[in-house]
Design a protein around this ligand. Structure first.
Ligand code: PLP
Length: 384
């Protein structure tokens, strides 16, 4: 196993990922299949290892945002269906076809620009319908009528699926969600009149698939909750399935010292000790994604909360300790120590953002350690 030489690391609990997929599996109808969403390096967890675990745990395919991410998975040897949910350049379509990567289509000019003579294999297409997210996709039956003939006339184009994405599936009010559903069914009834051929549908993200399993089609796209996080506080309270967080962030004290009253800490000397205090230094900083806005946030040492004091530096930050601790004492920035826990949600709240952003922002400079049944099974070491 590759090792690393710093005392900060992310732990990714693969058993939790398996647990979360199995929880969703039990809630879905048995015909509904699961795409494990592993875009953005599996939301910062580590895409290849998470993809492997997800497929072993019952996921049927993988979904990413970028062609680059899909090609990376293929190069790593994954043979499962892979879907790119974002736009790709038409000139890259031959690469997608060659690698048997399904791509998202919704533009006439895109379909005209793909040089189908360059396709070595059929190009798998998922047509995107924008039913209210306002991001990508066709919005009207007229657009559909212009696009479908362009797909039909190319024997190398294979329309595998149609999909849409909800903007508010995680909210208490279902008005907009149901408005989107209505638009989807309106487009669907038109589609069924004009298209013959076997096509699958997928509409659900984590929120929709957990909350409304009976309203899902052939596939769901399971992202944030595969990693053990609820998509919103509303869904967390509703708790449609039980989830276990997979991500934790750990470090160790590398220096501990006694400060006299009135002495200061870090750039700008923004923190001044009121009394004599124990101060610990942690080897992680904003270059690791532990951003300066986290000044004042608490971390766990010896099962207790301790505040971050002074400005967070690029590679280090300081905390105020309740007593002296030895060098090497474990510090948990996200995760549990004994009965105490700092959750990803708490960090997100502190930063006035959503939990999705937190594991994504922990940079690749921080090694990912993968744990299965309490054992380390792999280390993603940035120092190659
Ligand atoms: C990211 C993404 C998902 C996954 O959403 P979660 O809320 O993380 O489950 C599903 N579909 C599309 C189109 C996405 O971009």
């Amino acid at each position: 196993m590759e090792t690393f030489y710093r005392d900060s690391w992310v732990e990714v609990n693969l058993s939790a990922i398996e647990y979360n997929i199995k929880q969703l599996r039990q809630r879905l109808n048995s015909e509904t299949k699961i795409y494990a969403v592993v875009k953005a390096n599996a939301y910062g967890h580590g895409d290849e290892r998470v993809a492997k675990k997800a497929l072993e745990s019952g996921a049927d395919g993988l979904a990413v945002a970028l062609l680059d991410e899909a090609v990376k998975l293929r190069k790593a040897g994954f043979t499962a269906p892979v879907l790119v949910m974002g736009w790709i350049r038409p000139e890259d379509a031959p690469l997608a076809a060659e690698r048997e990567i399904a791509v998202t289509v919704f533009q006439e000019e895109w379909l005209r620009m793909v040089d189908s003579s360059q396709l070595s294999k059929p190009l798998k297409l998922h047509m995107k319908w924008d039913t209210g997210m306002g991001r990508i996709g066709i919005r009207t039956t007229e657009e559909m009528d212009r696009i479908l003939p362009l797909i039909k006339e190319q024997p190398n184009f294979k329309l595998e699926a149609v999909f849409t994405h909800f903007a508010t599936a995680d909210e208490v009010s279902l008005n907009y969600f149901e408005e989107q559903e209505k638009r989807f069914y309106k487009l669907l009834s038109h589609f069924e009149r004009v298209w013959s051929g076997n096509v699958e549908f997928h509409i659900g993200n984590s929120a929709a698939s957990m909350r409304f399993p009976d309203r899902m089609k052939q596939y769901v796209r399971f992202g944030i909750s595969m990693y053990g996080l609820y998509p919103s506080n509303a869904v967390k309270e509703e708790r449609p399935i039980d989830l276990k967080p997979a991500f934790s962030l750990q470090s160790r004290l590398v220096h501990v010292k006694r400060l006299e009253a009135q002495e200061s800490i870090s750039y700008g000397a923004t923190y001044q000790a009121e009394n004599e205090e124990w101060i610990g230094t942690i080897p992680l900083g904003y270059a690791d994604g532990w951003i300066r806005k986290l000044q004042g946030m608490e971390v766990l040492v010896n099962g207790k909360r301790h505040p971050i004091v002074g400005r967070i530096c690029m590679d280090q930050f300081m905390i105020r300790l309740d007593q002296e601790y030895p060098i090497g004492t474990k510090v948990t920035l996200i995760g549990k120590q004994g009965d105490e826990e700092v959750t990803t949600d708490e960090v997100a709240d502190y930063l006035e953002t959503i939990n999705y952003e937190v594991p994504c922002m922990i940079s690749n400079r921080v090694p990912r350690v993968f744990i299965e049944d309490g054992q380390i099974v792999e280390v993603n070491n940035p120092v190659k």
